[in-house]
Design a protein around this ligand. Sequence first.
Ligand code: NAP
Length: 298
Amino acid sequence: MLTGYSIAILGGDARQLEVIRRLSELDATLHLIGFDQLDHGFTGAKQEALSDVDPKELDAMILPVPGTNLQGDIDTIFSNQSIQLTKEWLEQTPEHCLLFTGITNNYLTNVTQETNRTLIPLFDRNDVAIYNSIPTVEGTIMMAIQHTDFTIHSSTILVLGLGRVGMSVARTFASLGAKVKVGARKSEDLARIYEMGLESFSIKDLKQYSHDCDIMINTIPAQVVTAAVIQNMPNRTLIIDLASKPGGTDFRYAEKRGIKALLAPGLPGIVAPKTAGSILANVITQVLIEELGERGNE
Ligand code: NAP
């Protein structure tokens, strides 16, 4: 239980609604900032402006998955309020106050270092990345279906990268009956791909494989789908780039060649916000109890 915890939730999308629901069930005292256009209320949660919250009372703050921009502004889709996280405000929180975000940037990293507050970028955690790969794969399947006129079954699919997302993508598309080939750079990954019963190739040799490809799914956050790779592709090839912005594809050249290439960020929040929010809520609860202890039984 999170009885006795005071937590501010600042902005965000539909994923935050599940976080709010779960933390409210666990009896935390919640301050909702940037949710004033939300129709339904949550028991034990107060809609407030940031200026109305007393930072000294807070045990934790939960930012949206993208965190802030480089000026400290926080995005919210349930409000027109502008919310800014400043160093002066953060300094007033108690020293033990934890700051959760999905991903961090220079602003957030610096402001938390300067104020000596603990920043927890949830997506840096392996467990979150692996759980999150499940809705990511489902979103990728949705895109593959929406943007092709052939079945996934029997298609040749090149998956680039065998990290947390790449492994889930490769395994799932193979189980749908696709001929999956996976490109990686580490020899242990090539061994793992072989063990999974899939065809492996060194990512350096990608351009030798791209002539036989119905769908290319990139998970590598580096420019790997170059003009030379795209040049060899059949016209029907669809590129789905899952890597974080700006992706790993030469989109300019893909467009010039008439190859459909889609950058597809944030799929979990689009296809399964409830599940994606629940993944975050589970980890936030676990970290809060690990770091600050349970207060309900005190
Ligand atoms: P990850 O576990 O770190 O995997 C990244 C993969 O890319 C690894 O196989 C890594 O190989 C490879 N790689 C990195 N840099 C490379 C380079 N320069 N050349 C060749 N290979 C390289 O990351 P992840 O959790 O799978 O996430 C992959 C990407 O998807 C990230 O950008 C993440 O932000 C994004 N993502 C997107 C969505 C979405 O909805 N679109 C959802 C979740 C994640 P090594 O192990 O050899 O370094």
